[in-house]
Design a protein around this ligand. Structure first.
Ligand code: 8ID
Ligand code: ZN
Ligand code: ZN
Length: 368
């Protein structure tokens, strides 16, 4: 019933503009867990109430990022809130807004991303490094996220999604897309140069391959097994299987005619990360994105100096990166390789992800 009402309202925007809220229920479906590795409970939950600076989004679809799996397992030393509703790739419709919100109207499409809010006044926010804000609030980590039908986000940080956009398709762009686009910018490559994407068949990797192509780079993908054909379909000119290639470092250097000028590490493997410092081209840049628990990047100091390489961390992206990454998607330059399942099946998605069986990205439909 409620879903019908919300959809109807989209087709009657003129009547609804200016109203601060649509009819919103008090309860909804969502997935919550109470302790790390605990049961992922699909159940009725209260609908959150937006604060004066927030919008309430009726989340239609949410991508499932490996970060959500890390949060559920408690992989990192930064503690998430508990109990927690995960998810940070949410795309949906604004159904209510706080009294201070001026940049969204009821009925607009909006995206909820990892940075749910930041202080906007510290040195980092001032310089558009909102992800480095010490007071950043993270969707699906320190702020209940998008694995529910209704979620809140600071209107300043929420992403603008153009009307008519495919909401399932755009959902992975809100974390995976923005993150890899920013990571590619961090590698400071020029068109025609080689970039290696380590983890090319996963959620971030499959988008990284496409953004890299759209930006004019030559792409070598690294992943394993059936991900090879998939990664090639995404746009890898060369591919190396990390499980079956005996001399991985030499193979990559040969295939990229001297080593890639940049490496985007989106695998969840510290071995892969350290190896990338060996095959990167002299003067090249190794970009760290994937976050295997307790990982350390080993780089031999002598070759690090003699090759004059750089290792850089890259953490999601700011509001401009988000707008630009969305623009690549809405212009059709990148496609989301997604499989849509019901939100009630989230636990199965985590299992597939743990087993590295996912090609591209799973997206959950919050109505099922
Ligand atoms: O802002 C950030 N830095 C950020 C943003 C979003 C996500 C970081 N992340 C992190 C996640 O927390 C996670 O640690 O990036 C990592 C990748 O997220 P994902 O793309 O959502 O995960 P996935 O879909 O499971 O893909 C991982 C891929 O890595 C491959 C797997 O086969 C899979 O395709 N892989 C593995 I595991 N070991 C590999 C290896 N040794 C490997 N590929 C190459 N070499
Ligand atoms: Zn993510
Ligand atoms: Zn700040």
């Amino acid at each position: 019933m409620l879903r019908t009402k919300t959809f109807n309202s989209l087709f009657r925007p003129t009547l609804l503009r200016g109203l601060a809220t649509l009819s919103v229920p008090e309860t909804q479906k969502g997935v919550i867990f109470y302790e790390h590795n605990g049961t992922l409970e699909y159940k009725d939950l209260p609908v959150p109430v937006p604060k004066p600076n927030e919008i309430l989004v009726n989340v239609k679809y949410s991508g499932v990022c490996h970060t959500d799996l890390h949060a559920w397992k408690g992989d990192w030393p930064i503690p998430p809130k508990l109990p927690l509703i995960g998810g940070h790739e949410g795309a949906g419709v604004v159904v209510a807004k706080g009294s201070n919100v001026t940049n969204f109207e009821i009925g607009d499409y909006a995206g909820i991303k990892w940075i749910n809010s930041s202080c906007m006044s510290c040195e980092f926010c001032e310089n558009s490094f909102e992800s480095n804000c010490p007071r950043a609030d993270m969707s699906g980590y320190t702020h209940d996220g998008t694995f529910q039908q209704y979620a809140t986000a600071d209107a300043v940080q929420a992403a603008k999604i153009p009307p008519g956009t495919d909401l399932a398709g755009i959902s992975p762009i809100l974390c995976a897309g923005v993150t890899v686009y920013k990571a590619l910018k961090t590698a400071e490559l020029r068109a025609g140069q080689w970039v290696a994407i380590s983890g090319a068949g996963g959620g971030l990797g499959s988008l990284a391959v496409q953004y890299a192509n759209a930006m004019g780079y030559r792409v070598l993908g690294i992943d394993a097994g059936q991900k090879e054909q998939f990664a090639r379909d995404m746009g890898c000119e060369e591919f190396v299987d990390f499980q079956t290639t005996p001399n991985l470092v030499e193979e990559i250097i040969t295939k990229t005619l001297g080593g890639p000028h940049g490496v985007i590490n989106v695998s969840v493997s510290d071995k892969a990360i350290s190896q990338s410092t060996q095959f990167v081209r002299p003067t090249g840049k190794v970009v760290l994105v994937g976050l295997p628990p307790s990982a350390v990047c080993h780089s031999d100091v002598l070759s690090h100096v003699i090759k004059s390489i750089q290792i850089r961390g890259s953490y999601v992206g700011n509001r401009a990166d988000t707008r630009e990454a969305i623009d690549f998607f809405t212009r059709g330059l990148v496609k989301s390789p997604i499989k849509v399942v019901g939100l009630s099946e989230l636990a199965k998605v985590y299992q597939l992800m743990e087993e590295n069986k996912i090609l591209g990205r799973y997206v959950v439909d919050t109505s099922k």
